[in-house]
Design a protein around this ligand. Structure first.
Ligand code: DX5
Ligand code: ZN
Length: 220
């Protein structure tokens, strides 16, 4: 049986911030499945991006789910604001707070899907005893903070390990990869068991007339 095409989540970090609304609409029209929103605080990661008000302003412009990647610490005080801004998936790094289980439960209480993000050094065992609380798993194939970095092949083994952990649950938990995803590395991720791909540079390169082809190339 052929592997189903992966979910494609363009990261607006690589969009033209002066025309963010248009860019979000353009990737939706080009076939994006989710919109990946990278939130950075200049503290958990060495870069500052956008907050809930920007997500809120974009929400009425597109229908596709918002896949919000929080690279902030502490994270708990901001969950409600991102949910209110229209986040469908809210993903957090285990290192962003002392009680990952509590944070995931809170995300679900707010009505969103709860995601866990793995830094390149984070071990899959972090979620071993809480697979029932997880709705999305996001593997970073770069160190978080910036777009345009090179894919770390060392993370393919981790994707395989997490694939096995998901299969054991019998639940359809999306396994997403973020960082340095190109048509070439996308194939490696899917072969390792990924079902969703974040891409900034690889989607937004070449201008809006290229977005559909760029997204199609990632689907393989
Ligand atoms: C980095 C972000 C990524 C980033 C990916 O911390 O989490 O989502 O935008 O950018 P590319 O696809 O250019 O590696
Ligand atoms: Zn991201």
């Amino acid at each position: 049986m052929a592997t189903p095409a992966p979910i494609i989540a363009p990261s607006i970090l690589a969009a033209d911030f002066a025309r963010l609304g248009e860019e979000a609409r353009a990737v939706e029209a080009a076939g994006a499945d989710w919109l990946h929103i990278d939130v950075m605080d200049g503290h958990f990661v060495p870069n500052i991006t956008i907050g809930p008000d920007v997500a809120k302003a974009l929400r009425p412009l597109v229908k596709i789910p918002f896949d919000v990647h929080l690279m902030i610490a502490p994270v708990d005080p901001y969950l409600e604001a991102f949910r209110a801004a229209g986040a469908d998936y809210i993903s957090v790094h285990p290192e962003a707070g002392p009680h990952l289980n509590r944070t995931l439960k809170r995300i679900r209480e707010l009505g969103a899907k709860a995601g866990v993000v793995f830094n390149p050094s984070t071990d899959p065992s972090v979620i071993q005893w809480m697979m029932d609380e997880v709705d999305l798993i996001l593997v970073m194939s770069i160190n978080p903070g910036f777009g345009g970095q090179t894919f770390m092949h060392s993370q393919l083994k981790k994707i395989e390990r997490l694939r096995a952990m998901i299969d054991e649950t019998g639940r359809d938990i999306p396994l997403e990869v973020d960082g340095g995803v190109t048509p070439e590395t996308a194939r490696l991720c899917v072969a390792a068991g990924a079902t969703a791909l974040v891409a900034g540079t690889a989607v937004f390169r070449g201008g809006a007339e290229r977005y559909a082809a760029n997204i199609a190339a990632l689907r393989g």
